[in-house]
Design a protein around this ligand. Structure first.
Ligand code: TYD
Length: 199
């Protein structure tokens, strides 16, 4: 299984990722936890630039996809081939949400990159951690220094949330929405229930 985790800043993806990994390991499933942008030497180098260095939105989109190509070919695909489950913190849906809805890049451009390079690199399941940006950004602020995306306006993050919800509505087979305002216990219970369907 290739599972991706998505959502606005502060929605609790990283905590959920850790929980998913322990749950899978308890069930004797070999798994790999990784993230985007990042996951490879090139990806982590690009991440540093992407999170901190101001750039044109087209450059941002192309670098996200460049990091993703390296990540898919050199990390995700080999792990899946090796029968591991891959849990990836952010993936292609982040580009539609942040560079598309957030920065205003035409969906057709993102779609062209996706269909040209990632047609056969699709997740089996995507959890969307849905939360109001007011709460998410407050949580992100408490974590410390804000990155370039976290420093964006509330409106930017509202568009991102909307974009995830619309994508989820249009493909209910692939997406599972998790209400990230619930307690950690309730979220973990839901994750367990949904993952158990695939064990
Ligand atoms: P995030 O995963 O939220 O990291 P942290 O756990 O440190 O908060 O940060 C990655 C940032 O990159 C996030 O703000 C969203 C952004 N991003 C995009 O804009 N487009 C993409 O395609 C991806 C993968 C991430």
């Amino acid at each position: 299984m290739f599972i991706t985790l998505e959502g606005i800043e502060g929605a609790g993806k990283s905590t959920a990722a850790q929980f998913i990994i322990s749950f899978l390991e308890e069930n004797k499933i070999s798994c790999l936890l990784t993230r985007e942008p990042g996951g490879t030497l090139l990806g982590e180098t690009l991440r540093e630039q992407l999170l901190n260095y101001p750039m044109h939105s087209d450059a941002e989109l192309l670098l996200m996809f460049a990091a993703r190509a390296e990540h898919w070919h050199h990390k995700i695909k080999p792990a899946l081939k090796n029968k591991q489950w891959v849990i990836c913190d952010r993936y292609i849906d982040s580009s539609y949400a942040y560079q598309g809805a957030g920065r205003g890049i035409e969906i057709e451009k993102i779609n062209a990159l996706e269909t040209t390079f990632f047609k056969d690199a699709q997740p089996d399941l995507t959890f969307i951690f849905d939360l109001s940006p007011e709460i998410g950004l407050q949580r992100a602020e408490k974590r410390g220094k804000l990155n370039r995306f976290e420093q964006e306006t509330l409106d930017f993050h509202q568009r991102i949330r909307e974009s995830y919800l619309v994508r989820a509505m249009n493909n209910q087979k692939k997406f599972q929405i998790i209400d990230a305002s619930l307690s950690i216990e309730q979220i973990q219970y839901t994750l367990k229930e949904r993952l158990a369907l695939h064990l």
